[in-house]
Design a protein around this ligand. Structure first.
Ligand code: SF4
Ligand code: SF4
Length: 109
């Protein structure tokens, strides 16, 4: 069976944390446990500050198999208001990645 993963377009991620909360609620994770975490990357040059938000799935991410087996999207993908997360076969996501800079591909174990 084709491996699945998440493609995250961090150019358009607003750092809103909705994916974190959606994942946590979906899995009932206790305080301190997360399926995905937002990392803030601050790049400073002498006249400019650039901030990127990079969502990073943790080892707890199971790609929401209980949802996808029923044809539903993973909770984080469904609730991302910037529509900057995609779920699918890794080979297909990699093709999208070739077309779009500032993306990361997550392939769980
Ligand atoms: S795919 Fe599911 S388990 Fe993985 S980060 Fe998204 S909501 Fe959490
Ligand atoms: S929900 Fe979407 S826009 Fe918000 S932090 Fe997560 S990936 Fe970024």
């Amino acid at each position: 069976m084709a491996r699945k993963g998440l493609l995250i377009d961090y150019e358009y991620c607003t750092g809103c944390h909705t994916c974190e909360v959606a994942c946590k609620q979906e899995h009932h994770y206790p305080p301190g446990k997360w399926g995905i975490k937002i990392n803030e990357v601050v790049l400073e040059t002498f006249n400019k500050v650039e901030i990127d938000y990079l969502p990073f799935p943790t080892d707890l991410c199971d790609l929401c198999q209980h949802r996808t087996v029923n044809g539903e999207l993973p909770s984080c993908v469904k609730h991302c208001q910037a529509a900057c997360m995609a779920y699918g076969e890794i080979s297909e996501l990699a093709k999208q990645m070739e077309e779009k800079p500032k993306t990361v591909l997550f392939a769980p174990r």
